[in-house]
Design a protein around this ligand. Sequence first.
Ligand SMILES: Cc1ncc(COP(=O)(O)O)c(C=O)c1O
Length: 462
Amino acid sequence: MSPSVLHPKLSSPPPSITHSAGNYLYTHDGRKIFDASCGAAVACLGHNEPRVKQAILAQLDKTAYVYSPFFTVPAAEEIASFLTESTGGQMGRVFIVSSGASPRIPRLTLTVLHGTEAIEASLKMARQYFTELQPPQMQRTRFIARRQSYHGNTLGSLGVGGHKARRAIFEPILSTSTSHVAPCYPYRDMKDGETEEEYVNRLAEELEGEFQRLGPSTVCAFVAETMAGTTLGCVPALPGYHKAMKAVCDRHGALYVLDEVMSGMGRTGTLHAWEQEGVVPDLQTVAKGLGAGYAPIGALLVGDRVVEALANGSGAFMHSQTYQGHPVACAAAVAVQRVIQEDGLLENVRVQGEYLGRLLNERLGGHRNVGDVRGRGLFWALEFVKDKATKEPFPAEEGVAQKVHLTGLQEEYSISVIPGAGVADGKNGDIIQIAPAYNVSREDIELIVERVESVVHAVFRA
Ligand SMILES: Cc1ncc(COP(=O)(O)O)c(C=O)c1O
């Protein structure tokens, strides 16, 4: 392996993959690893899907690149239309920024390159919205997000995120425009004797309190993952949670921003995770499942209210990047979304997801170090604890989640899952996430659970 690559762990390069197909990754040293994590919940069609490869080649034959403020391509228009239509017309009606910002186009979807970029764009869009309102509300400069949240690793997105450990050394250079409230995390935060409704009301009151503390008219937006991902571990919101939180935002004129970079584009069983929550966000980010790993692509979906303010104001979003709306990425995303529709994969996510959750609960729910099994669709997590009764987490220094991940990669287990840490308090608290491809079969689910069970037994026996 080349000594030139700065791998995430400098001293230990990850296994090299020579090729991949379906659910399997083949390593240079002969392992055949079941990809039960789709990388980082990305490769939702599995690997080497011929229809997507064909679409990418066809796009390369037409045009590989145009600069989106100057030119558009049909693939960019098509993915933008698909996304806005997929919201039943609830999100957006004005222009596609990546098409050259034509106000004639009755839709607004900004295609960008990564999840982080979509988040950055959403923050800028939220701020710009208030500067374009008539009369402008220039005093709105604040964001409220949640603790143990992850929205990306650039300075802007890390500044919004609430994961203590990931922020720690960068804290002095992060923007101070975001403050944090508690996530919806019933396993640890719901009090004894409290009903779900009371807990949700308590969280909404906390958000209200934060608006009051900051001054309600200074807040641009509340930002949350619709279903919490890596830094909390696949926690679906309790019924009524998003409605209650959005009601607080609506009361104070602030925007509701949902980050569906990880939980969106089908992962939870509906194309948009908010479809199961009874709310429509003002701004929504999507990424991973949009291009399924065949191309790096994300998008920001923009609701009517924001679109109208811009259309009546400057008529342009103050944001652009060189590779925004990249033709090949857009063509890949169109093909990925077509496969999901044609093959009825959302239904498969619901059916196999339900089976995955049931088997995980049956086989691992009683394990002394598995504190919680939770998830929705094909997005499940196990939270590990040192003491099941007190829910005491393992100390971060033990690196339990990482151990589970690395053990899984050993030849006798050959399974890839996503490790996560800090779920309990931003530092301690280990989870693994299981996020297989949308086209997994019942037999694949059984194989995943069998292997995960063996790995968990091996790690906690040691
Ligand atoms: C909820 C959420 N938002 C944003 C991001 C950042 O996306 P990316 O790593 O593609 O920039 C991630 C990545 O895991 C994520 O899970």
